[in-house]
Design a binder for this molecule. Structure first.
Ligand code: 6R9
Length: 646
């Protein structure tokens, strides 16, 4: 079957920053001479001390080491703020849209400069020093961006924890990196509901060493408990500090942030990104993938708690002097037209969202979209999970009215920014394909043994060499970094994704091949959900798998074996869902729970997830070889009581 192709629209090749000839030439240049190419690209940043070395990276077993621009120095906040004040002081830097449609704020680059300096001085006055870790547990308000940039300004390392995570998850992340300070708000507001962020922080701090301070930004004005000597109101401290805070000189390889992400085993990993390479990657990809022009109004709908919010709400757009939209709310509040109304209200030109949001909005039909104008839109983007061709076509035809290219951007927390994506003036689009690699990105497809497969093929996606935005290590555990990403296949970075490459060299990401599931574009480790379930007193064992879900992409299917003498019931299912929500957060809620007297195990005691996945998919007719099971009879019971009947 011939793939459907949407050619580069008329006029785009001429007006875009990169056309196909430029793409081909630059791709070859980066491949042939990475030092020269990246040395020149890095001139887009302001350096306090020029670098003399560019690339110094090794994927060698036992000696993985990644350094870029290692003797250069810069300050990330100065690059995102200070250097724009002269030419763009009155340009809106952050355009904030509140959960309530009547609330919005416009913060110019000049105002941002002031806010970030004040925030940085507040951090200093609370004793935060260069290299200290600071955890942010914030709603989507401009102060979240001020806080990130303030950390960058003084050289503190931020760790943003999504506001939907539970107190327990927050505590684990505070403890893992020994944060000195937690920045939160009294409450968050999402979809008309309040989120008790300060209260959750108080609960989290009962489970940490208890030496952290807390800085509280006022959002709703709710009454919250303040512990004297530990908790400080931001506005009170801010009133006492100077408005001038010079940016610290940071080495290019000094850490910028830690961001916890789920893997196939164990607790979430602290992905560490550093200053120079990360910022270069975020800003260059933001400019070229989104074909950024001076007057664009760029809206990425992610939360700053995820990497997409870091790179494409805060660092990429601000490094580029762009206007970035920050949205506090959710796509279906107060109505399913909200996104399109916001686009009209702020004349947004570039819209970047996740397939799960599109699928949910698509279900509401075309009318809520069509009643808005969207005339300002010129480019659309997708991120977080594979986009199914139906959702792609709807995005193209209904939202973009066949006028706006769609950039389907594949990347990961670990990659710092976009690695595989169309460039809108260069790449013919195929719905469902992330298309071609960005400059410096060398994807390959390997079989189970790590043999590189050529031509049109399918297998596991690896990257053969480093790029400046790559994560440097797992915070505090370099061995885990090597083990997780560089041990499956020698001398390659393993992405964890399956992938197909077609005859045109286009890449089609097929989804995770490890025990990571992607629920509504959020990464979740099956092991994390399992460990939450088995911590319930009535649960003896649990196995969690993903299954296809119309809106979420993947849903969470949990097989639960109860303690002897306990009986399964709908009430217990509800209790277990509530338990997991409390342990991890609402994004980890199981969609389906099946009580199972036994799980399919090999004689060595390994759970055969392949079988559990098939049953969860309602594909029990093709279970494959079950002869190695210790007790093949458990399978009959699992099939008979399966929860997902199509
Ligand atoms: C940026 C982000 C990473 C995982 C990744 C892959 C999936 C992201 C995708 C995509 C297909 C795309 N993913 N973008 N799959 N097409 N355009 O989402 O980071 O939260 O770390 O998730 O998401 O499976 O490995 P992160």
């Amino acid at each position: 079957m011939q793939d459907k192709i949407h050619p580069v629209p008329a006029g785009w090749a001429e007006s875009a920053r990169v056309d196909d000839a430029a793409y081909q030439a630059m791709y070859q240049e980066a491949l042939a001479d990475p030092n020269g190419f990246w040395g020149r690209q890095a001139a887009r940043l302001d350096w306090l001390k020029p670098f003399t070395k560019v690339k110094n990276t090794s994927y060698a077993p036992g000696a993985v080491s990644i350094k870029w621009f290692e003797d250069g120095a810069l300050n990330v906040s100065a690059n995102c703020v200070d250097r724009h004040v002269e030419a763009r002081g009155d340009k809106v830097a952050i355009l904030w849209e509140g959960d309530d449609p009547s609330e919005s704020r416009r913060i110019t680059y000049r105002e941002l400069h002031r806010e970030v300096q004040v925030f940085a001085n507040v951090l200093l006055s609370l004793g935060v020093e260069k290299g200290d870790r600071v955890t942010l547990y914030m709603p989507m308000i401009p102060e979240a961006a001020f806080a990130m940039l303030a950390c960058a300004r003084i050289g503190a390392i931020h760790s943003v924890v999504f506001g939907g995570f539970s107190p327990d998850s927050l505590a684990g992340r505070i403890s893992d990196c020994h944060s000195k300070l937690v920045i939160t708000a009294d409450e968050g507001v999402r979809g008309g509901r309040k989120v008790p962020l300060k209260h959750n922080t108080d609960l989290a701090l009962t489970k940490t060493i208890g030496e952290e301070k807390v800085l509280v930004v006022r959002r709703t004005g709710a009454e919250v408990a303040m512990h004297a000597g530990r908790d400080f109101w931001y506005h009170e401290v801010a009133a006492t500090v100077s408005e001038v805070c010079p940016p610290a000189e940071m080495n290019a390889e000094d850490p910028l942030f830690i961001l916890y992400t789920s893997g196939s085993t164990g607790r979430p990993k602290g992905v560490l990104h550093t200053s120079g390479g990360y910022l270069l990657w975020a800003s260059l990809t933001h400019e070229l993938v989104f074909d950024l022009k001076e007057d664009d109004v760029f809206w990425c709908t992610a939360d700053v708690g995820w990497v997409t919010g870091h790179s494409y709400i805060v660092y990429g757009p601000l490094a580029n002097g762009a206007t970035t939209v920050m949205f506090e709310g959710v796509p279906n509040y107060p109505s399913v037209s909200r996104c399109w109304e916001v686009i009209d209200k702020h004349a947004i030109t570039i819209f970047y969202t996740a397939p799960t949001a599109l699928r949910a909005l698509m279900q509401a039909g075309d009318e809520p979209v069509k009643k808005t104008s969207r005339a300002s839109l010129r480019l659309l983007g997708s991120v977080g999970e594979p986009i199914n061709p139906e959702a792609w076509e709807w995005y193209w035809r209904v939202v973009g009215e066949g006028r706006c290219p769609i950039v389907d951007t594949w990347w990961q927390t670990e990659t710092g920014g976009i690695l595989i994506s169309p460039l809108p003036g260069a790449t013919d689009l195929k719905p469902g394909s992330a298309t071609r690699p960005f400059f410096g990105v060398q994807p390959a497809i390997v079989d189970g043994e790590g043999n590189i497969l050529e031509g049109a093929t399918e297998g596991n996606l690896v990257l053969l060499d480093s790029w400046p935005g790559q994560m440097r290590t797992v915070y505090g555990d370099h061995e885990r970094f090597e083990q997780t990403y560089f041990s499956t296949y020698k001398n390659m970075y393993f992405t964890g994704d399956g992938c197909r490459r077609d005859a045109d060299g286009y890449y089609w990401i097929t989804g995770r091949v490890d025990d990571v599931i992607n629920v509504s574009g959020h990464r979740m480790g099956t092991a994390e959900v399992e460990s939450a379930l088995v911590s319930h007193p009535k649960v003896s064992e649990a196995a969690v798998v993903g299954y296809p879900h119309d809106i979420k992409g993947q849903g969470i299917y949990a097989y639960v074996t109860l303690m002897k003498g306990e009986a399964g019931s709908d009430a217990l299912k509800k209790e277990l869902v509530g338990w997991v929500r409390a342990e991890i957060g609402p994004i980890a809620s199981p969609d389906l729970i099946q009580f199972a007297p036994g799980l399919p195990k090999t004689r060595s005691g390994k759970i055969m997830r392949r079988i559990l996945r098939k049953i969860a998919e309602d594909e029990y007719g093709s279970l494959g070889d079950t002869s190695t099971l210790a007790d093949p009879a458990v399978v009959d019971d699992l099939v008979a009581n399966r929860q997902n009947r199509k």
